[in-house]
Design a protein around this ligand. Structure first.
Ligand code: WT7
Length: 619
């Protein structure tokens, strides 16, 4: 499905297990595969439909030819003005605009590694990621629309540069796209010698073409930071050849994408779903991919279905949290619009059978099949899903491994839990596959420890059979191989499909002067799936107050981003602890969810439990 400059000599090299190498000897370019090669037959076809949030603003239809021109001109600018070259890391802090895939494909053209930070994150979060990847160039935008408001985004870049400097990293250049080309729309002034308006610079690159740089299949294409057990997000590194092959193949065989399709994935390109299934997979297949700037319910719950009708979208992709939200505020909206989907994907969280039913009957009008796709930032593309027209759908279950993926569920002792036994365990994948990350940027030990050490039978083995991939998800496998995901078994909370590390939130809380200890637990939520509850205890001499609670909550939003904002900040007299001093998050979780706290005899300070229950449950 891809065009190679040079074909590989070795499909899979396992000699440095578990650092698998795919398509060794192959030379390829992702930008060429997503753009250039489509021109001959399809240059006039729309590559990207950009749908601005304000409904009175015209939709932009970027053809493959126009994409080619824009990617080339920006690549020329990056090469000649910025001076980046193969192997450098460029960070983007961009929202949902066409300039994001254009920037990605321009980097890919040069063999430059891109690292996109979700647009809703703060400047500080962006800086942490720049520092980790030693990235000295930031690509951003002046502003964008979200929920009816124009957000000034450039000011985040100023914060990011400042925060990076405090961490010892000097950001050399900030390149700024304009939401309205030619009209700078941010209040934040440009810093001389550092900030550049891309549209001004582009005047010198009009008509410039840059030959795609053939890179080794194993050269990295991008980094995507994600949360794990420690406070520091990890830079998941994806390859060019293996990754592109995997997302292209799964886009075709699982999502049934063909060049004549109009495909809309409502995820954000700031997450892996958008990289794999808005940009690289669909564009490699020469589809038309929709990018919607704003929130699904703006200005009302009919918006997604109007967009689907207008663009004649026939493949749709979103997350359960969005489906729940749309079902709540506009349960009857889809039937008012004349669109027809053949295929719908869901991703990111388990989907409840009632929500699945609404998705199938009302959104899909009983005409579309649903693929519930389970996977992760680290896995590059889908791991479990049914295959359209081949394996039957089952509400609430992701499905068997997709072709080439062999899941297995292990118990804590490493024994296989037989399918159909009804027992839950840790979901693993037996075999390597081309979409799997290559490593954690700058931290290969973490790659081995977090994903392979748990179930590796022999650390010296070069046989991939000894190195199952541990997903950190719990799940159950049915007799016929369908996997039902129960959720994370590590310190990650999935809020509306966004991965948040409990440690990151706890560290943010500790930046508030009065706070002595903090603990985060997930609470079930009808719309978001899970939301974080944050418990804090104060240093001696401080009295609990609403004001402190608010400052703690604000600190989390400011340091990480609004998506991490706790549902509640509970100030408690003390944390429930084991005799060895470990905070018992399980007990706090039970209290937040109104459940029985279970066996607490091992607690060192059991007397705090009724006090905490009184604070949280008011009884
Ligand atoms: C975590 C990965 C998958 C790309 C977007 C999120 C949960 C993901 C499903 C699903 C149940 C799911 C898992 C996983 N998850 N898809 N279909 N059913 N749970 O990527 O941010 O890396 O999050 O999302 O817990 O580990 P991510």
């Amino acid at each position: 499905m891809l065009d190679w400059y040079e074909y590989w000599h070795t499909t899979l090299d396992t000699s440095n297990a578990p650092f698998w190498k795919w398509f060794v000897g192959g030379k390829i370019n992702a930008s060429y595969n997503c753009v250039d090669r489509h021109l001959k037959k399809n240059k006039n076809k729309t590559a990207i439909h950009f749908v601005p949030e304000p409904e009175n603003e015209a939709i932009q239809h970027v053809t493959y030819q126009e994409l080619f021109v824009r990617v080339n001109e920006f690549a020329a600018l990056l090469k000649d003005f910025v001076g980046v070259k193969k192997g450098d890391v460029v960070t983007f802090h961009l929202p949902m605009v066409a300039e994001l895939p254009i920037s990605m494909l321009a980097c890919a053209r040069l063999g430059v590694i891109h690292s996109e930070v979700f647009g809703g994150f703060t400047g500080g979060a962006c800086a942490t990621r720049m520092e980790d990847s030693n990235s000295r160039v930031l690509v951003t935008i002046d502003g964008y629309y979200r929920n009816g408001r124009f957000i000034d985004h450039k000011k985040n870049a100023d914060e990011a540069v400042k925060a990076a400097e405090e961490m010892g990293l000097k950001v050399e250049k900030v390149l700024i796209w304009e939401r309205y080309p030619g009209k700078y729309s941010s209040e934040s002034p440009l810093v001389e010698g550092r900030d550049y308006i891309i549209n001004d610079l582009l005047k010198d690159y009009r008509g410039k073409r840059v030959d795609p740089v053939p890179v080794a299949a194993e050269d990295p294409l991008f980094l995507m930071y994600t949360s794990g057990t420690t406070g520091k997000p990890k830079g998941v590194q994806h390859s060019t050849g293996g990754y592109l092959a995997y997302v292209t193949g799964t886009s075709k065989y699982i999502q049934d994408i063909h060049p004549e399709d109009v495909y809309w994935c409502m995820a954000d390109i700031g997450w892996i779903t958008g990289h794999s299934y808005i940009v690289y997979g669909p564009l490699a297949l020469c589809a038309s991919s929709v990018i919607y700037e704003g929130v699904p319910t703006y200005p009302d719950a009919g918006r997604p279905w109007r967009i689907a009708e207008e663009l004649d979208v026939n493949i749709f992709h979103t997350a359960p949290t969005t489906i729940r939200g749309l079902r709540k505020v506009g349960p009857d909206e889809p039937q008012k619009y004349n669109y027809h989907f053949k295929h719908m994907t869901t991703v990111g969280e388990p989907i409840e059978p009632e929500v699945w039913k609404w998705y199938y009957e009302v959104v899909g009008k009983k005409e579309a099949i649903i693929c519930d796709t389970w996977w992760q930032t680290e896995t590059g593309g889908f791991l479990c899903s049914t295959v359209p027209a081949i394996t039957p759908m089952r509400p609430g279950s992701a499905g068997p491994g997709v072709p080439g993926i062999h899941p297995v569920v292990y118990d804590d002792d490493g024994n296989e839990i037989p399918p159909g036994s009804g027992r839950a365990g840790n979901v693993c994948i037996r075999n390597p596959w081309p979409g799997l990350m290559q490593t954690i940027w700058g931290n290969p030990d973490r790659y081995v420890n977090d994903y392979f050490a748990r179930y590796c039978k022999d650390k010296n083995s070069k046989d991939w059979r000894d190195w199952p991939y541990f997903s950190n998800d719990g799940g159950v496998q049915s007799a016929d191989g369908y996997i039902r995901i129960l959720g994370r078994v590590d310190d990650v909370i999935n809020v509306s499909g966004h991965r948040l590390g409990t440690k990151e939130i706890e560290s943010a809380a500790l930046t508030v002067e009065e706070v002595a200890e903090s603990a985060v637990v997930p609470v079930a939520d009808d719309l978001k799936g899970r939301v974080p509850d944050l418990y804090v205890s104060l240093k001696p001499g401080y009295e609990p107050s609403e004001e402190i609670a608010k400052r703690v909550s604000d600190a989390v939003s400011e340091i990480i981003g609004k998506i991490a904002k706790p549902r509640k900040v509970w100030i408690v007299p003390d944390m429930p602890k084991t005799r060895s001093g470990k905070i018992m998050r399980r007990v706090l979780g039970a209290i937040s969810n109104g459940k029985d706290v279970g066996d607490v005899t091992t607690l060192a300070n059991g007397e705090v439990i009724p006090e905490i229950q009184k604070i949280v449950q008011g009884k």
